[in-house]
Every structure is written in C-alpha cells, then in structure tokens.
Design a protein around this ligand. Structure first.
Ligand SMILES: [Zn+2]
Length: 86
C-alpha cells in the first residue's frame, strides 16, 4: 500500500501499487491525471509548498527570518497531515 498525490486537487489517496506514477481519474475535477507516489512527509511538504506557499503567499513581503519560520511551520503541517493518513 502506498500513498499517491493528485496534482489537480492535491488530494492524497492510498493505492495497492508500487508504481511511481499511476494514471487515474481525479475525484474532484473528473479529469484524467497521473497521481504520483509519495514516500514520506518531506516529499509531500515539497510538493505542497511549491503549490501553496509560492503561489498563494507573497513571500517577498516577509523578512528572511519570518520566511524561514513560515516554511518550517508549513513543513510541520505537511508532516501532521501525512502522519494522520497512516
Ligand atoms: Zn484529484
């Protein structure tokens, strides 16, 4: 059993597979997508950070120390999400 990440809706689903990528249908958008395997919380944090933190938050408006704190908090959040799925 492995965890897979949907890049369309950012949902995480369990699958009986060991493949790195699986062709699937997104439950939310109904589109055909490739869901990608996630091995651990760090990988999930990287993916989610790329989507949400970079696009939704204008990081330039924060001081470098604040930015560091934000990123740490975000990674911690991703770990909590990942662990709650197990
Ligand atoms: Zn989806």
């Amino acid at each position: 059993m492995n965890y897979y990440y949907c890049s369309k809706c950012h949902a995480i689903t369990k699958r009986e597979s060991k493949a790195q990528k699986i062709k699937s249908m997104c439950d939310t958008t109904g589109e055909t997508v490739f869901i990608t395997r996630i091995k651990n919380a760090d990988e999930l944090a990287v993916k989610l950070r790329k989507v949400f933190l970079k696009n939704a938050v204008e990081l330039d408006s924060f001081k470098p120390k604040e930015r560091m704190f934000l990123e740490m908090a975000f990674e911690q959040g991703a770990k909590v999400v990942f662990n709650s799925l197990r």
